[in-house]
Design a protein around this ligand. Structure first.
Ligand code: HEM
Ligand SMILES: *[C@@H]1O[C@H](CO)[C@@H](O)[C@H](O)[C@H]1NC(C)=O
Ligand SMILES: *[C@@H]1O[C@H](CO)[C@@H](O)[C@H](O)[C@H]1NC(C)=O
Ligand SMILES: *[C@@H]1O[C@H](CO)[C@@H](O)[C@H](O)[C@H]1NC(C)=O
Ligand SMILES: *[C@@H]1O[C@H](CO)[C@@H](O)[C@H](O)[C@H]1NC(C)=O
Ligand SMILES: *[C@@H]1O[C@H](CO)[C@@H](O)[C@H](O)[C@H]1NC(C)=O
Ligand SMILES: CC(=O)N[C@H]1CO[C@H](CO)[C@@H](O)[C@@H]1O
Length: 208
């Protein structure tokens, strides 16, 4: 298994049993491990968003694409290797962005508290903090304690991320497979009130 999956500077070495998610997410998981973690994420994310108002939508979508494949485990951040095509390289990754913000926050946190704060929590906090900045109010609570995964497969992203052509039945099925109901589907789809979309299918219609 070694050398099969390239980790993007994101292994978190807590004294916890390292398998998968921590038992339960909680408020302020890092209170003792790295007390400044959540403030640092907020400060750095806000500085980035001030400079680039397109980022909140990018970071929100990145979080969604992370969570829909193998849970919220930062698997979306992993790069492909010679023989493994990672989630990033799946078709629905088109126009995913904001990776550099996550990398920058992770680098700062590694300096402050080496090996403590998971990339998965940074992705979750960055989504919340960036969108909250855009709306100038705190929007939702983020519990922490996610552990980073080390498996990232393009084939799974292709299977799990809903396609823009999916019908309602299919969307309901795909959300149900992640333990989300129809109300969740409707509410979360509200995320599309921010951001930029592309419609590549229009081009196909007009192709010569
Ligand atoms: C219900 C199934 C969903 C489908 C089929 C879908 C599909 C898409 C597509 C096709 C785009 C345009 C991508 C592009 O720019 O090329 C997009 C953008 C976006 N999606 Fe979704 N999405 C879904 C659910 C979600 C959820 C649950 C969230 C977050 C809670 C989300 C957040 C976003 C955001 C913020 C953008 C704009 C990104 C930007 O500005 O670059 N989407 N989505
Ligand atoms: C991936 O994580 C699992 C569970 O924590 C671990 O057993 C395995 O050795 C890891 N694989 C690599 C390539 O790091
Ligand atoms: C601000 O954004 C520009 C382009 O989007 C980028 O080149 C520059 O490095 C950013 N500055 C900071 C401080 O992030
Ligand atoms: C991927 O390549 C590495 C080294 O090139 C090799 O050790 C590994 O067995 C390969 N894995 C798979 C699943 O083919
Ligand atoms: C919805 O999509 C599914 C899977 O893609 C397909 O099997 C089904 O026939 C579609 N239903 C309708 C009503 O188009
Ligand atoms: C679609 O067409 C527009 C305008 O001609 C072009 O700028 C864009 O790159 C095309 N997109 C794709 C995916 O081909
Ligand atoms: C953001 C990102 O990682 N995009 C990649 C998506 O996948 C294509 C190949 O299918 C890569 O070329 C992009 O770099």
């Amino acid at each position: 298994m070694k050398a099969t999956f390239l980790l993007l500077a994101c292994v978190v070495l807590l004294g916890l049993s390292s398998g998968g998610q921590a038992d339960e997410l909680k408020k302020h998981f890092y209170k003792k491990l790295c007390p400044q973690a959540e403030d640092m994420v907020q400060d750095l994310v806000w500085a980035s968003v001030k400079n680039n108002s397109a980022l909140p939508a990018k970071l929100l979508r990145l979080f969604f694409h992370d969570c829909f494949v193998r849970g919220c485990d930062a698997s979306v951040l992993l790069d492909s290797t010679a023989n493994i095509s990672a989630e990033k390289d799946a078709i629905p990754n088109r126009s995913l962005a904001g990776f550099e913000v996550i990398d920058q926050v992770k680098a700062a946190l590694e300096k402050a508290c080496p090996g403590r704060v998971s990339c998965a929590d940074i992705v979750a906090l960055a989504a919340r903090d960036s969108v909250s900045f855009q709306f100038q109010k705190p929007l939702w609570e983020v519990k922490t304690g996610r552990r980073d995964g080390n498996v990232s497969l393009a084939s799974e992203a292709l299977a799990d991320i809903p396609s823009p052509g999916a019908n309602f039945t299919r969307l309901v099925q795909q959300f149900a497979s992640k333990n989300l109901d129809v109300e969740d589907l409707v509410v979360l789809s509200g995320a599309h009130t921010i951001g930029v979309g592309h419609n590549p299918s229009l081009n196909a219609t007009h192709a010569a």
